[in-house]
Design a protein around this ligand. Structure first.
Ligand SMILES: *[C@@H]1O[C@H](CO)[C@@H](O)[C@H](O)[C@H]1NC(C)=O
Ligand SMILES: *[C@@H]1O[C@H](CO)[C@@H](O)[C@H](O)[C@H]1NC(C)=O
Ligand SMILES: *[C@@H]1O[C@H](CO)[C@@H](O)[C@H](O)[C@H]1NC(C)=O
Ligand SMILES: *[C@@H]1O[C@H](CO)[C@@H](O)[C@H](O)[C@H]1NC(C)=O
Ligand SMILES: *[C@@H]1O[C@H](CO)[C@@H](O)[C@H](O)[C@H]1NC(C)=O
Length: 573
């Protein structure tokens, strides 16, 4: 077994441990520090979060370089998912008041009008708020559409526990209205662009899509459970559409998940590891449609992601190509010069621990041509096939993968300052803690990674047996019906067409423009299905024996509603 010297957190200077006892010791020392660090950052009584309202999670107490004294919906929801899991799994019964505070705080924040909109016009996509629950009005990468999905997932987990414990009144009267607002938002807007979780790229993002899929699935199941059946088929339809779209991020030739549809980077990104651990459902086994931690795609992706950091961080130099290294958000990162992050390195360990738990539950490991390069790190002679838990191959692989996973925790142990505080990053050259101190998400990531290593299995969310539709709807998002009427006198042989800024209006193509009916001449009309909640520009054109005449500028503009229909009554210009 590889021997690593780790002394910092425990102060046993000069003592050499095996890696696994090093990791055991680190976890024993760090767990209470991480838990206390997390709770210190939650208002009203957290010791480092003065000024935060009850249930508000600050991202970090750091106010300069960087200023993170705000509350992000994503970070708060992931932190409270951790707290809700600890409470509902019986690990810590003292957390109920915190959960009640969180629900109350989020019910207030949901209603706060902000630069993304009001509660009914997109405000739920606002990524961060001031810690007194008022809107943050500075410029920012908005909207970020993962927040409502993650918040509903945290609350649905609590709701299911309450239902198991005879408290359906609170679920139906208090939780469901909050959850439904978020899920309606997800169902209506998942197919629109969003800033990614690192707040840098506006496109579609794997993490966002994956957590949106999860929230709609478990939201539909919760709705069924409490008799709110009117939303069920709509959520299921959109969950299928989201799952279909999720598959498109997979890059088969390179064997990894491209994290964002935009941004112009390699697409190798911790985004994808985080998606896998936050959508883990042990009941789904190693299903690749939902990129479960032990799926061949997620394992192949993990290897490609980890390998992308081997040569770019000086602290990783000299580490064997099959051993753990420090990992960051994505290899092209330049924030603070681009460094490893605690939560990213821990997420790799967590995905591997989740995989080990799932293989144990399935009773075998299946190696496919997709996951072969991952498994060859642990056995150079391995071939594709299924290895039952009774075989020596299974034992060899799981032992080696456990050691590999522990290696990532050992890296974090090595670069955690002696007092145990977890900042956002650690320096790629010196290993010193860097950027925001006491990052709440770093503490949550330590608790969930340690939990997975100790065998904690979080509640299933319905990933088992989901099927990717055989064909993805071309305009998969929700739609509305639109009628375009335009008054236009024409000469014999001349017809009126429409084209515009969306696929449904042929993307400004005069050749493919849609013909209007002259049945009510001089009113020309067309019924067409358009994407909901979308700002659309369009123009009418005339065609006379192939000769095209456009309407004069500017373009006509309409924003479609979330549901229902619109009628546009225009006059040719
Ligand atoms: C919930 O109520 C049912 C019926 O009254 C009872 O049998 C069950 O023990 C209760 N469960 C809990 C967790 O309180
Ligand atoms: C149901 O849960 C809520 C939220 O934690 C709590 O305030 C309420 O007292 C509970 N009701 C019962 C009957 O346990
Ligand atoms: C919307 O969904 C379609 C069909 O899955 C997909 O091709 C398109 O990229 C999606 N757009 C966004 C912004 O998610
Ligand atoms: C559009 O739909 C309405 C309602 O179904 C129908 O009355 C009308 O004739 C349709 N118009 C065209 C041009 O097809
Ligand atoms: C367009 O005209 C129809 C009747 O032809 C009317 O019902 C509708 O309200 C009008 N729409 C707008 C936006 O003016």
């Amino acid at each position: 077994m590889r021997v690593i010297q780790f002394t910092a957190a425990l102060g046993f200077v000069g003592t050499v441990f095996s890696q696994s006892s090093t990791v055991d010791s680190f976890i024993a020392a760090e767990s209470p520090i991480a838990k206390a660090g997390l709770l210190a950052n939650i208002g009203p009584s957290g010791s480092k979060s003065a000024g935060a309202k009850a249930g508000v999670v600050i991202a970090s107490p750091s106010t300069v370089n960087p200023n993170y004294l705000y509350t992000w919906i994503r970070d708060s929801s992931l932190v409270f998912k951790t707290i809700i899991d600890q409470y509902t799994l019986g690990t810590d019964s003292s957390l109920r008041g915190q959960i009640d505070n969180f629900i109350n705080a989020e019910s207030i924040i949901q209603q706060v009008s902000n630069p993304s909109g009001t509660i009914s016009t997109g405000g739920l996509g606002e990524p961060k708020f001031n810690i007194d629950e008022t809107a943050f009005t500075g410029s920012w990468g908005r909207p970020q559409r993962d927040g409502p999905a993650l918040r509903s997932t945290a609350m649905i987990t609590f709701a299911n526990w309450l239902l198991d414990n005879n408290n359906s009144t609170f679920v139906t009267n208090t939780l469901w209205p909050i959850i439904k607002l978020d899920l309606d938002y997800v169902a209506n807007s998942w197919n629109q662009t969003s800033f990614d979780l690192w707040e840098e790229i506006s496109s579609s993002s794997f993490f966002t899509t994956a957590v949106q899929h999860r929230s709609l699935r478990e939201g539909s199941a919760l709705a069924t459970r409490i008799g709110q059946t009117s939303v069920v088929s709509g959520y299921n339809t959109q969950a299928d559409n989201v799952l279909c779209f999720l598959q498109s991020y997979w890059n088969p030739s390179a064997g990894y998940v491209t994290a964002n549809t935009g941004g112009g980077r390699s697409g190798k990104d911790s985004n994808t590891i985080l998606a896998s651990i936050h959508t883990w459902d042990i009941a789904a086994g190693c299903d690749a449609a939902t990129f479960q931690p032990c799926s061949d795609k997620a394992l192949s992706n993990l290897k490609v992601y980890v390998d992308s950091f081997r040569s770019i961080y000086p602290i990783n130099s000299g580490i064997a190509s099959t051993s753990a290294v420090a990992t960051g958000r994505y290899p092209e990162d330049v924030y603070f010069n681009g460094n490893p992050w605690y939560l990213c390195t821990l997420a790799v360990a967590e995905q591997l621990y989740d995989a080990l738990l799932t293989w144990n539950s399935v009773g075998s490991i299946t190696v496919t041509s997709t996951s072969l390069p991952f498994f060859q790190q642990f056995s150079s002679s391995i071939t594709a096939g299924t290895y039952a838990s009774s075989t020596s191959t299974y034992s060899t692989l799981t032992a080696a993968i456990k050691t590999y996973a522990d290696g990532f925790v050992a890296i974090v142990a090595k670069y955690t300052p002696s007092a145990g505080g977890l900042a956002e990053q650690f320096d790629k050259s010196s290993g010193a803690a860097l950027s925001a101190a006491d990052l709440t998400w770093s503490y949550a990531s330590a608790l969930t990674a340690f939990g997975a290593r100790a065998g904690v299995i979080t509640a299933s969310w319905g990933a088992k047996g989901v099927k990717v539709p055989t064909t993805c709807a071309p305009n998969a998002g929700p739609t509305v019906t639109a009628t375009f009427n335009v008054q236009a006198t024409t000469q014999l042989g001349e017809n009126i067409y429409i084209t515009g800024s969306v696929g449904a209006l042929q993307n400004w193509s005069p050749d493919n423009a849609l013909l209007l009916s002259s049945a009510n001449y001089p009113t020309w009309s067309l019924n067409v299905t358009l994407p909901a909640s979308t700002s659309i520009e369009y123009k009418y054109i005339r065609k006379l024996y192939g000769q095209v005449t456009w309407e004069s500028d500017p373009n006509n503009q309409v924003t479609t509603p979330a549901s229902g229909g619109i009628v546009q009554n225009d006059t040719w210009r």
